[in-house]
Design a protein. Structure first.
Lengths: 434, 100
């Protein structure tokens, strides 16, 4: 076993690890990144879009050289019933000049990010599994791979959602199935022109769909569609607890969603290019672990930093990587890697938009879980029912329709309607005020 | 005209056919078979997106098709007995995504 030294060793070459590494290298610190995949991105999966503002903080004007697919100018929300649905969409051409988000493929994107880091002086070791942390006198002093021990002044754990190392470092408890979602997705090949026709797009602009309602089979979860240049990404993410209880296979849920009349025509005639799956930490604010210890910090999915209300995972990964690196630079300059110094990272995270946002939504998942039936099914179906009444011309006087809609609603929910109003008011207050 | 196979397959084996793997010689997933025998729900056989786990009634044990593992980790967390031994495959082995 040989000893090697670096200022910082980062475990995992995903967006969190690379953001940390490149920030350190830009400050002339010696960084080694250890990645278990054969190249950065080869083990990584996400829904489909990276957001520009946070990404540009690490890679300014990345879209000029990075392997991006489409810039998104539209986001649609589809509330689907059995064979009907209400789709709400927002489209803004402004986003084709001032970009908001891009679809990317992680194996290409992560590889590009890693190359930028290498060009800045980061040393990346691929195809190497970190199996444990090295500890001396209560301090983390390095990592252990399958072959050797590697010592560093500081370790940054960026090994993803399953984070074996954050658990070994005692920073994180294990997940409960209710705090995690399983995502499965398919990349479906379609000609560029077909995608543009079906999604009403011009050039390299793209469209995002968030799908709620019936296809989730009363589970907490949502579906998504993203457009790449010549493929369409379709997937679902559902609570692991609900999935276990449902007895449904995740890929069958996706199969069913693809058959919905609102979805089917979008992917018709396409060819499956790749199927994949990944876990999403969705516990939010209440599940964020301690982010630092003596000689160690944890970033990205490993730190469960995901804002599922706004599909932000990669953003928070990069941001947390950057903030950990900034704290590491101070620690390296002081030559002090104690918890006391590294608590600066926790402070930076707490003051950042990430923790503020996670705090804003701290009660959202509990609200959805406690009101699953009405949030995921009943009221979305009612909205569709109302619209159906509104657009259908059938000789029934309109006022009669309104009254029958209201009386049906009251008949179905009875006094529970007050409970619902109370629940919605409370979650609104929690988001805005508390 | 040759009738082509279904382009977007529903069958999980056909889906997995699109995934690139470098399978290891040995498994990285170790269900505790004693626990499996008394486990009623056998959640791993439900949640696994690659259908890696199969309960064999005759052999009275869980069969593990670890070669198809997508390395998501759902089985470990969903295991009601909290006893599924789970690792990533060794360096250089396992799944390698191209477009995800």
């Amino acid at each position: 076993m040989k000893k090697e030294y670096a200022d910082v060793v980062v475990v995992g070459a995903g967006p969190a690890g690379i953001a940390a590494a490149i920030t350190l290298a830009r400050a002339n610190k010696e960084v080694v990144v250890i990645e278990r995949g054969s190249f950065p991105g080869s083990k990584n999966v996400f829904g489909g879009a990276i957001y520009c503002q946070p990404t540009e903080e690490i890679f300014p004007e990345f879209w000029k050289t990075a392997p991006v697919e489409r810039f998104n100018i539209e986001h649609k929300f589809a509330f689907l019933g059995e064979d009907y649905g209400t789709v709400l969409g927002y489209k803004n051409q402004e986003h084709s000049k001032k970009f908001n988000s891009f679809t990317v493929m992680r194996p290409k994107w992560d590889r590009w990010c890693a190359e930028q880091a290498e060009n800045t002086g980061v040393h990346i070791v691929n195809e190497t599994m970190v199996t444990d942390l090295l500890e001396e006198d209560g301090n983390i002093v390095g990592i252990k791979t399958e072959l050797e021990c590697f010592y560093a002044r500081l370790v940054i754990i960026a090994d993803g959602v399953n984070s074996i190392l954050a658990r070994k470092a005692g920073l994180r408890n294990d997940f409960r199935p209710k705090d995690i979602a399983l995502g499965v997705k398919e990349v479906i090949k379609l000609p560029k022109e077909t995608i543009e026709d079906r999604f009403n797009l011009e050039g390299n602009s793209g469209s995002i769909h968030t799908i709620l309602g019936n296809p989730m089979n009363n589970m907490v979860g949502l579906g998504f569609i993203y457009t790449n240049l010549d493929s369409v990404v379709i997937g679902i993410g559902v609570s692991l607890e609900d999935l276990s209880n449902s007895g449904k296979k995740p890929y069958d849920l996706l199969n069913e969603m693809k058959k919905h009349p609102a979805i089917r025509p979008l992917i018709k005639g396409g060819e499956l290019l790749e199927y994949s799956a990944h876990l999403i930490p969705e516990g939010g604010y209440k599940c964020i672990p301690k982010l630092y210890g003596n000689g160690v910090m944890v970033v990205g999915d490993a730190a469960m930093l995901v804002n599922n209300v706004h599909w932000e995972g990669t953003n928070l990964a990069m941001q947390s990587g950057k903030l950990a690196a900034q704290s590491a630079i101070i620690a390296l300059d002081k030559n002090d890697f104690s918890e006391n110094t590294l608590s600066l990272y926790q402070k930076k995270i707490d003051e950042s938009f990430m923790m503020k946002d996670l705090k804003t939504y701290k009660n959202v998942m509990d609200f959805i879980k406690n009101n699953k039936k009405i949030v995921t099914d009943f009221y979305p179906a009612k909205a569709s029912e109302f619209l159906n009444q509104f657009i259908t011309i059938d000789g029934i006087p309109k006022r009669k329709k309104y009254f029958s809609f209201i009386s049906n609603l009251l008949k179905e929910r009875k006094l529970y309607i007050f409970k619902d109003i109370w629940a919605f008011t409370n979650i609104g207050r929690s988001i805005l005020l508390k | 005209m040759i009738k082509s196979k279904k382009l977007i397959p529903e069958n999980i084996d056909d889906k997995l056919y699109t995934v690139k793997y470098n399978p290891d010689q040995k498994t990285h997933l170790y269900p505790n078979q004693d626990d499996c025998m008394t486990c009623i729900k056998k959640t791993c056989t439900i949640v696994c997106p690659a259908n890696v786990y199969y309960w064999d009634e005759d052999l009275n044990k869980i069969l593990v098709g670890y070669e198809n593992c997508l390395e998501c980790g759902a089985c470990r967390i969903a295991c009601e007995k909290q006893s599924l031994g789970w690792n990533y495959p060794q360096s250089g082995y396992g799944v390698s995504f191209k477009q995800s």
